[in-house]
Design a protein around this ligand. Sequence first.
Ligand SMILES: [Zn+2]
Length: 301
Amino acid sequence: MAWWSRTGGLATEQKKSVPKGIWTKCERCNTTMYEDDLVENLRVCTSCGHHFRMSTDERIQMMLDGPWVEHDERLESADPLGFRVDNKRYVDQVKVTTRRVGSGDAYRAGTGKVGGVEVELGCFVFEFMGGSMGSVVGEKITRQFERALAHRRPAVLLSASGGARMQEGVLSLMQMAKTSAARSRLREARIPYVSILLHPTTGGVAASIAMLGDIILAEPDALIGFAGPRVIEQTIRQQLPPGFQRSEFLLEHGMVDEVVPRNQLKPTLERALRWFTAPPARAVTPGADPAVDAGSSDDAP
Ligand SMILES: [Zn+2]
């Protein structure tokens, strides 16, 4: 046997001897870690800090103090277009995905506590058709904001989405306007809304509800943008700068307020919620300059 094929053979044998599910290899630095260590480290590489994708269950558990009351679990899409791809009906695709993922659509919302503050929290389910926003997702987000308004609770939304769901055509695009309108009613009522951007937050979700938070936090190195970098490069016929559309780039350009490592996400959200919900420290004296008074507060998140 020639030396090169022997070397190749050895590598294959070594690969085969790594039992599945016990070890995970970091896609950025190639370090091999125990799956248990990775889970304990909130799925962040112990060597280079790369943030692996988390399941929606893990994510919700990580953000809340304890169990939550989930809402609108049974909402289903009506498939108004009778959409088919490769002879597969959209309604069947939804049914199969529901069984596989265990979630009725690409969004889950509920009432729970974060740092002792009762919130209306919602999370895109990226496992469900790439977290795409169709009429069910839009309706769930709208209802989440309506509950926040009715009970005067802060709203928190975690985005991970490929954008609008093409299978529902223009009805998906309508959800951008619908959720944005629901969000604006919160603003009028001065109820806080914190948006957390996860990898990836793109398309119609990035162009609407995800970027409308009073505070916008992002996980490190998350892809955030409307069209993808390849499409933009082909359209403008220019090479994009390094790190384009990543969280750190958006922070530098004023599109997000803070890039927060995963283990700091909950404490940062707690701090923001405490600040938003704290009663005013003292009344403003009539005739005093309100700008000066607001500027004197130093416990802003
Ligand atoms: Zn790594």
